[in-house]
Design a binder for this molecule. Sequence first.
Ligand code: OSB
Ligand code: MG
Length: 369
Amino acid sequence: MPIKQIKLHKLKMRLNDPFTTSFGTFQDKEFFVTEAVDDEGNRGFGESVAFTSPWYSEETVQTNLHVMEDFLIKTLQENKIEHPDEVSELFTPIKRNNMAKSALEGAVWDLYAKQKNISLAQALGGKKTEIDVGISIGIQPTVDDLLQTIDHYVQKGYKRIKIKIKPGWDIDVLREVRNHFPDTPIMADANSAYTLKDIDHLKQLDDLNLTMIEQPLEHDDIVDHAKLQAVMKTPICLDESIHSLSDTRKAIQLGSCKIINIKIGRVGGLTEAKRIHEYCKDNGIPVWCGGMLEAGIGRAHNIALTTLPQFILPGDTAGSSRYWERDIIKPEVVVQDGVINVPDKPGIGYDIDDEALEKFAVDVKTFNF
Ligand code: OSB
Ligand code: MG
């Protein structure tokens, strides 16, 4: 497939509201939009989910730039490809840096789908025409704020509410939430805030009928999670610990989790995400698509991936207006009654708002092939 140029747009956007997890608060977001261009005027887009600080994983916006311009883009310039599945193979000699890899691979996937005149969902083999979505709610100043925020999103029809927890903001808060919302599917995400010393504390979650507890223990662990899952009824879902199909297989064989959160950026791109999906499908493990506070291009990729059949649980793909006053795609992502209609136009299925791309850009770098 012909590629004549790659562009890296570095954007700076501000979230409507601060978002707080156990490891820190996000409000300003700096990230790369990747663009792959061909001779016919097709433009494929990807988005890096790395943050400015290495709190969620070791990658940052700055490491993305180094790895993309000094290694990954060179690899693409030196090798012709027929299909986007070949990109992850070409990138294999470069260890980890999955968000940088995924950002470029994503632009190539979108370009490929546009060249073939099919939707990205179709290019991936997805069949769903609508997807169910939930919402992730950050740590709030008070329990009342949390209850009000949950009520707002339950009213809007979101299919599952995820609540961020940390020591001091966990069991009691979730108990209140459960009392107010007895029938709402609720889950909690700890972003690695606990250790096995908290085993008795965490076991109290079993009384709250949670859909799952996401990443309670260390970001790089699958052994302790297996010990915890053995004594907990609540299903454990792994997020931070899963970077590949190989990690997925080991976690499932060890019994470290019963559910996998697939984030395209964390696993190095759509091809690896498809492989993990396939493995989980064959082994009866439900998966769902996580979010990284993406702008519209990243969300569009998440939507396309979620059309695959084993994405049986609602993802964290909330609508654009939840995050941004103005998104970088047109139309923006709209959630109605907890559902997103999957676009069927070629590629990611949303137009790029070039004016917005320019407005939010702080730097653009161009690489010719
Ligand atoms: O753990 O899923 C996570 C946001 C930033 C970093 C990590 C996570 C999150 C979210 C928000 O939960 C997901 C979203 O709404 O995009
Ligand atoms: Mg998470």
